[in-house]
Design a binder for this molecule. Sequence first.
Ligand SMILES: [Zn+2]
Length: 352
Amino acid sequence: MDQEANFKLEKIPWPDWLPNSIRLTLNSIDGDEDLLRARCNEPHTYKFVSGIQSQKLNDLLQSIQKRSDHPITPYDISLHVYGWNVPYQRLSAFFYSNEVILVKILNGVRFGLYTENFIIALSCVRGLIEHIAYLNNAVKRIKSLMDENISLNFSDKWEKLALEIDNIYHATKINWESVLKNKYDCLNKKDIKYMESSSQPNREVKGSICGPIDILNEEVSGTRILYEVLCEFLHPNVGTIWSVANTTGYETNRYGVKFQTRELSIGKSNNINIMKLDGGLFSIIENTLLTLSKLLKYRTSVFDETEQIKKEVLSLIQLIVRDNVGVYKNIFQRNDECPCGSGVKVKQCCGR
Ligand SMILES: [Zn+2]
């Protein structure tokens, strides 16, 4: 058994591109309800306008319309102007979290390979493909949206962008806000709340991750087929019968009928036996790691574009915010943080 284990470790050398250690710094801001505040490698503080605040903004705009006889307070105006930067904050949150999740999932791959738990490693790779595909799709969609609507006025363009980013940011049917606000000892199905169908993201990607994966496959060929294999690998039938088979063989009963037999077990040793008997798992893992390294290289080039996209979105928002800052000089003072979301003072930004 030890010999086989050595053979396995020689056969799969630690890939160069898979990080050995990860340094991750997480900062949090009291009172900010957004879950996504993180940055890899460097200490970084990020303020996000949370979903709840932007909900308040919508309420506010409606209430201002209703009560025109009431004076609008500086607080109302401040909240309104800060509200313009919600798409930028969400986009930043999405990009940062994608960066962080990459590190977390790669750690999962690493853990799976180290502990010879290939189900964990391959599950993580499957998740990673989905995240890269989703990032790639989001970047392409925002870029084409900016190009297509170049002639629109600022606020129409902002509205289209806000909707698109909202879809990217909330691309799930589960209402996480309502799920997470309660503390559960055990989460039951009835505790999971789904979003109203009107606020569910539009389903331009045909309701599944396969759309973005096909788009990714155009850039890194072989992604879709690998994804299919990994999905199949994690399929309950395959997982139950194949992944935990310890030994396989044939038996013939007394009527001459041949049966395939598999001894099923769990634990470290069965992985080694699977490879000896089926021979297939090695090639799956090797192909997976090869394709994954190509995907990670491609992801780097996609991720490089995110800074440019953020810049473009921010400058669009600044076009709107600048007017407001100019009009409400008493509310947005020179040393305040600029409401456009750039993170610098008003005097160095939109109030210059
Ligand atoms: Zn600004």
